[in-house]
Design a protein around this ligand. Structure first.
Ligand SMILES: *Cc1c(COP(=O)(O)O)cnc(C)c1O
Length: 370
């Protein structure tokens, strides 16, 4: 079978992990510090905190964006992995669904503009499959909302699938929002499990660093018990073994992302105009990391049967979150964009492990019909 996901481990990881094991520093330590330094340099952003996973980054981002117990609403997309939206519920905030652009499967910014209100605490966008939401347009939508309501909701970007994604010349994570990354084993940059939150300013980072460790300042004098916790926090920091794997993988991740891009460019050309297949709308300046390659097909069940029988792993990957039982109280029937594509979306193998021969075979199999 040609897999849909594959875990990359750079050969440099072994020695780094062995060194951590030998020194016995397995909690927070020098490899964690070095990993954060390398991430700052790579993204060109000064304020970031590594964390134990991407879901923690989302929880922390929402905590930082909205006052605890303050309530209010978060505008979000139903087309994502559940981690995105359950973090909203965990923070005691209300979900309001925003429609999806059928061309890109990311948030429909026109629908967002209609739904922002004084109740909106935060806007949560997801760079699904690595395809960037247009962050410049999003920023103008927020400018207009601010002019109309006198307050500006925080923007949280779920960048879990978007390591390597570039929006209008800058990598995502570098547009001044709260940005949550995942370093899960299957993601572009893997620690095993791990994540990161990028913050827009130093003060927010200082809060994030305390909140990832129970609300305690690590430099506080705990020997003499002379410290205070201004606000309670979590156990969200990244361990040394994960940091060691991340550090090693960071050295080779760009090459792997480039292979995803080449395979995607091949599919864009080779699948254009194939009957029963609709491709993602591309736009100048919005450069996907192609963690996944979604297509919209007629008769998805038949497509999945055909591809599986041919040895090609394909998957819907997610189900729209808004139809789950646990959020039935906020169900919104008026999401025509999502409705028009949801049952047709399927993802085909695009990763660094897909050879030229493999991708030709995938296209031939699709072209032969289902
Ligand atoms: C992977 C993923 C997450 C969760 O990240 P973890 O590191 O597994 O906690 C969140 N959102 C999206 C869109 C993801 O793909």
């Amino acid at each position: 079978m040609i897999p849909l996901f594959k875990v990359a481990v750079d050969p440099g990881a072994g020695p780094l992990v062995a060194e951590a094991l030998r020194t016995g520093v397995l909690g927070h330590g020098p490899r964690g510090e070095e990993f954060e330094e390398a991430l700052r340099a790579r993204l060109g952003v000064p304020y970031l905190a590594t964390l134990n996973n991407g879901t923690s980054a989302l929880h922390l981002a929402l905590r930082l964006a909205a006052e605890p117990g303050g309530g209010g609403e978060v505008l979000t997309t139903p087309y994502t992995f559940e981690a995105t939206n359950w973090a909203i519920l965990a923070n005691g905030l209300r979900i309001r669904w925003v429609d999806v652009d059928p061309g890109t499967l990311t948030m429909d910014l026109d629908d967002l503009a209609k739904k922002i209100s004084p109740e909106t605490r935060a806007v949560m966008v997801v760079h699904w499959a690595g395809h960037p939401v247009d962050l410049d347009r999003l920023s103008s939508v927020l400018d207009e909302a601010e002019a109309a309501h006198g307050s500006r909701p925080a923007v949280i970007e779920d960048c879990a699938q978007a390591w390597g994604t570039v929006c209008r010349g800058r990598p995502v994570g570098a547009h001044g929002n709260l940005c949550a990354f995942s370093f899960h084993a299957t993601k572009h940059l893997a620690c095993g499990t791990g994540g990161m939150l990028v913050t827009p300013d130093e003060e927010t980072l200082r809060r994030a660093l305390r909140l990832r460790f129970f609300g305690i300042d690590r430099k506080a004098d705990r020997v003499n018990g002379d410290y205070d916790v201004p606000e309670w926090g979590y156990n969200f920091y990244l361990g040394e073994l994960g940091a060691a794997v991340g550090l090693a993988n960071l050295a080779s991740v760009d090459g792997r992302v480039e292979l995803h891009r080449r395979n995607a460019a091949y599919y864009d050309a080779a699948l254009a105009g194939v009957p029963g297949v609709e491709l993602t709308t591309r736009e100048e300046g919005l450069e996907s990391s192609f963690w996944l390659y979604p297509v919209k097909v007629a008769d998805r069940a038949g497509f999945i049967r055909k591809m599986t029988a041919a040895g090609v792993t394909v998957s819907a990957v997610v189900r729209r979150n808004d139809t789950h039982t646990c959020v039935r109280d906020v169900y919104d029937p008026a999401l025509p964009g999502l409705e028009s594509v949801h049952d047709r979306v399927v993802h085909i193998p695009v990763g660094w492990w897909v050879s030229e021969r493999d991708r030709e075979y995938v296209v031939e199999t699709i072209r032969s019909g289902w």
